[in-house]
Design a binder for this molecule. Structure first.
Ligand code: RM4
Ligand code: MN
Ligand code: MN
Length: 434
């Protein structure tokens, strides 16, 4: 099978040659920052180990060009099958050794032969992250419609269909070794009065309870919220409070999922993260960036400082020995129609690692002391000292040690990946997904 041509055969030698060319420049940048951090009392080796350990799942629906409701401009060479999607993620992982997982959306990506798909993924050193259900679209052969909702629908038969779909998604995930189901509901209304809010919530809860019953003991259920779109007056699971209410009522396997794009402008997302982690209910994260709404832009492209502040809370929550929150599942949920989707994903992974690393540098004791003294100036100094540190050489060094490329985008371009993919797959391929 030729789609394996790049990722699996990505010769270690190619990475080494690339790294060799950049070696001297990298080394001087790394020594500089390593010395500075050591002087400031940081354990550089410990930081490098943490950076290397952070793996971010790639969504199977973001490997093609994203469209808008107006148009879709394919860049060519898009993966036309799940096998090709796995090859693409495998290539990303070979380049950065930081995206060793794939998150599948069903039915966009139903594995026909789960065993074969699982072993294919293993060849690329990939595991399967959360599986996602889709009750926001009607499938071709579907008799009942989700036009007026799915798990919250007024018609029991539609709810049953949506429940069964979710149970089915769990079954697909089990065969692949996934350990979580992400439920994002489009359910909502476009006009005041269209729906009884309470009934819609209660029906959703009852439906989720049935899905929860089918959830294996070692699985988690992530409940994603979103304020609006595709409906524009009300959304059943509109915010973290609603998601938390549902997760709490369901039980200990149910958690909230924060998608960065699913907040109204200027929402203090870092505070939401802090609250959810305090309650042990932050299960998963969808990274992206946005200017206006659910824009699904490259992570860190618009509001990198906000991303850092969010990571500051995540690191606090993860490193707190008293924390009752399980390690959250990290996923990217970005997709757009301008960049090469693979380059976009490489940039997104990099941005996540940058924010994480900067957050690791925050001097927590000094920050707490400043807070206790109500010293807002000093608190800002401490946060921005970490944020304004150029940690790129640290991330590059962690990558180099893991056998990955010092500069992923440069290697990707030098390998002419897109050109080769177009030759292999054609110019007019259309990937399933957004
Ligand atoms: C939604 C939401 C979900 C994603 C779909 C495709 O806006 O972010 O996580 O599965 O888009
Ligand atoms: Mn999402
Ligand atoms: Mn979204």
């Amino acid at each position: 099978m030729t789609y394996k041509f790049l990722s699996m055969k990505l010769d270690k030698q190619l990475i080494q040659d690339h790294n060799k060319k950049l070696h001297d420049k990298h080394q001087s940048g790394f020594s500089f920052i390593a010395d500075r951090l050591t002087t400031e009392g940081h354990d550089v080796e410990r930081i490098l180990a943490k950076i290397a350990a952070l793996q971010i799942a790639i969504p199977s629906w973001a490997l093609g060009t994203g469209g808008t409701r107006f148009s879709r401009f394919s860049g060519g060479g898009e993966p036309g099958s799940l096998e090709e999607k796995i090859a693409d993620v495998g290539l990303l992982h070979a380049i950065n050794r930081s995206s060793g997982a794939i998150s599948l959306h069903i039915p966009w990506d139903i594995p026909k032969d789960a065993k074969a798909i699982k072993s294919l993924a293993k060849e690329y050193d990939l595991v399967f992250d959360a599986v996602n259900s889709n009750t926001f679209q009607d499938q071709a052969d579907q008799e009942l419609s989700y036009k007026y909702g799915s798990l919250s629908h007024s018609d029991k038969a539609v709810r049953k269909l949506a429940i069964e779909h979710n149970v089915d998604v769990i079954k697909h995930g089990e065969l692949l070794g996934s350990k979580a189901l992400t439920v994002w509901l489009a359910d909502g209304t476009c006009f005041p009065g269209q729906q009884n809010f309470r009934k819609a919530f209660q029906r959703t809860l009852e439906s989720l309870k049935e899905i929860y019953t089918a959830l294996p003991d070692d699985w988690q259920m992530f409940i994603e919220y979103k304020p609006y779109e595709p409906y524009f007056y009300s959304t059943v699971i509109q915010d973290w409070g609603t998601s938390h209410l549902l997760a709490s009522k369901l039980g200990k396997k149910a958690y909230c999922l924060v998608d960065l794009g699913h907040h109204l402008p200027n929402t203090n997302i870092e505070q939401i993260v802090a609250t959810l982690m305090m309650e042990g209910k932050l299960g998963g994260f969808h990274f992206n960036d946005s200017k206006y709404g659910d824009d699904d832009l490259t992570v860190g492209s618009i509001k990198p400082y906000q991303l850092f502040l969010i990571f500051n809370e995540l690191v606090y929550g993860m490193e707190d020995p008293a924390s009752i929150n399980p390690p959250p599942a990290w996923m990217i949920d970005a997709s757009h129609n301008v960049k090469d989707p693979l380059e976009d994903l490489l940039q997104s992974v990099e941005a996540i690692k940058l924010a994480y690393t900067q957050a690791l540098l925050v001097n927590k004791e000094e920050l707490e002391a400043a807070r206790e003294n109500n010293d807002a100036t000093q608190a800002q100094e401490i946060l921005q000292h970490a944020y304004r540190t150029d940690v790129r050489p640290l991330i590059a060094e962690a990558r180099r040690r893991a056998g990955a490329a010092l500069h992923p985008i440069t290697l990707f371009r030098n390998l002419n990946v897109r050109k080769q993919l177009i030759q292999e797959r054609g110019l007019k391929t259309v990937s399933t997904g957004l």
